[in-house]
Design a protein around this ligand. Structure first.
Ligand SMILES: Cc1ncc(COP(=O)(O)O)c(C=O)c1O
Length: 417
């Protein structure tokens, strides 16, 4: 097969026998590669797949909507209905539609600049790939004490990221460091953006204080719930904990893989959307709105003892993490690697002892060992679950994970780079 696709690094991670995997289809919690090999998928497209691949109920609901067409001259009643349902717990809030979260964050930054007259930004976490979001960024998903966390990346070819437009990294999540950034650059700062995944690295009290400090200094605050919103709960971490943030961005998990992202805020902020020109041709397309409605129809229903799909996802992810940790015990590597649920279990992550944490090759070998045993997951990044993982054959998962971890612990064979 030809190799015409230009990749960023993250889509090249999944390999078998030294060859990059190319996928042909998905079913529930599994995916199939072009060579016919199947894998338990805990990548979930990096978060968007929330129900499962091609699950019959989703496909059926989604198909029913399709007869209304794909794009109208303007927004449709399906967009309006979706926001009514999504924003019911935030009376008065408005939403702007985008395809990707990078776009929505760009929208948030522009609103902040218009509102405050200042272009400078404080950033914590991965907040997208546009220049101002990714330039001079760090390895944000690495634990605070990881030797790789502080490595400055994406320093070439970026525009609009110096002088008054500089983006400052809040790296260690200490309030003293935040105060220092605010004090040093106060006159130029208009916006604070926080990736809600990093809430798992700190406490709600610290975050409430950070938001208060930013408000006090006149910054607009943005909680970036791209990984968390629609996954750990319908609206994500800041809403659930009652944190006072001006804007919320949600994305990824809203539409079971279809591209949709929403910027949420008070009407007096979202009013800037017109002057700020916050939309593009595809902002109003309807496929993603259909998929988002279909996903919501399903997630709102109780499943077993769980009151809704979001609660069930938390249980599933917690069980997946326990199964990986149990496998680590069975393979005799529980001192080196284990898994833990993140923010309630809709996501989970691998955790390493310090010697493994600092050893990039061993960490990459671990993914290869899992892939060789039919499991795809992420490392140095949370992994994701879907409702279809509720039907996992848990003994089989533990078996495969144990074999993978044994293979990894004997080293060498797993290294397919
Ligand atoms: C917290 C956060 N913000 C923004 C983004 C960018 O989203 P997208 O890739 O949809 O532009 C991501 C993507 O991983 C993310 O995790």
């Amino acid at each position: 097969m030809s190799q015409r696709i230009a990749h960023s690094k993250i889509t090249k991670k999944f390999r078998s026998n030294n060859k990059q995997l190319l996928f042909s289809k998905g079913k529930g919690g599994e995916v199939e590669a072009v060579d016919g090999a199947t894998y338990l998928d805990f990548v979930m497209g990096y978060g968007p797949v929330i129900l499962g691949h091609a699950t019959p109920e989703f496909t059926e609901r989604f198909s029913r909507y399709l007869s209304n067409g794909v794009m109208m001259p303007g927004y449709s009643r399906f967009h309006e209905e979706y926001l009514d349902r999504l924003l019911a717990p935030r009376p008065g809030a408005r939403g702007a539609f985008f395809k990707t979260a990078s776009e929505a964050i760009t929208g948030a930054l522009r609103i902040a600049a218009m509102e405050t007259g200042r272009l400078g930004v404080i950033r914590s976490g991965y907040i997208g790939w546009h220049d101002s979001q990714v330039a001079n960024s760090l390895k944000w998903h690495e634990p605070l004490h990881s030797p790789f966390r502080q490595k400055l990346r994406y320093v070439d070819g970026m525009r609009g990221v110096t002088g008054d437009e500089a983006v400052h990294n809040w790296v260690d999540l200490r309030l003293e460091s935040l105060a220092e950034i605010i004090d040093t650059h106060r006159d130029r700062l208009g916006c604070f953006v926080f990736d809600a995944y990093l809430a798992s690295f700190t406490t709600p009290a610290v975050l409430a204080q950070a938001l208060a400090m930013c408000h006090e200094a006149g910054l607009l605050t943005v909680f970036d719930e791209t990984k968390t919103g629609g996954r750990i709960s319908p609206l994500g971490y800041a809403h659930d904990l009652g944190l006072e943030t001006d804007l919320i961005v949600i994305g990824k998990a809203l539409a079971n893989g279809a591209p949709i992202s929403v910027l949420i805020g008070r009407p007096e902020l979202l009013i800037h959307a017109e002057r700020a020109r916050l939309s593009g041709t595809f902002s109003k397309e309807m496929l993603a709105a259909y998929a988002a409605l279909a996903a919501r129809d399903i997630l709102e229903q109780p499943i077993g003892d769980s009151p809704d799909g979001w609660a069930e996802l938390g249980r599933i992810g917690t069980r997946v993490a326990e199964t990986f940790s149990q496998a680590a015990k069975s393979a005799g590597v529980a001192g080196s690697v284990w898994a833990q649920p993140v923010l309630g279990g809709g996501m989970f992550e691998l955790v390493y002892s310090d010697d493994v944490l600092g050893d990039k090759t061993r960490r990459e070998n671990l993914l290869a060992a899992f892939a060789a045993n039919g499991i795809l997951l992420l490392e140095g990044h949370p992994s994701f679950v879907c409702l279809a993982h509720g039907q996992t054959d848990w003994a089989d998962l533990e078996d495969r994970a144990t074999r993978a971890l044994r293979l990894w612990s004997t080293d060498g064979e797993a290294d397919d780079e």
